[in-house]
Design a protein around this ligand. Sequence first.
Ligand code: CO
Length: 134
Amino acid sequence: MIGRLNHVAIAVPDLEAAANRYRTALGANVGEPRNEPDHGVTVVFIELPNTKIELLHPLGENSPINGFLERNPSGGIHHVCYEVDDIVAARDHLRERGARVLGDGEPKIGAHGKPVLFLHPKDFNGCLVELEQL
Ligand code: CO
């Protein structure tokens, strides 16, 4: 069921500094910041040859990553995103096996314009998992 690693998302306290670090120290192909008000984040996409990195910074007071940055003030890995062919079939398969789907369980349109769902980190060894249907 699980497909390719689509991206690793890293929450950062200073988006400009983090983007510059990837651009200069790592020589990465770093995009421009993009506000995603529906998700409460500003995102910088970094294209790697085999996957993407997303730098996440809070946008607005109710950003879902405010709490994460309070617990991890220097930033940290926020989630990993795996590709699936059929997100509703994947959700039902996971639920039948005891995994908890966050929110109301209905796929939302994610930062890439594709349907996504998030799985409870306690069911995946402390790692928040995003599923994205290509
Ligand atoms: Co993501």
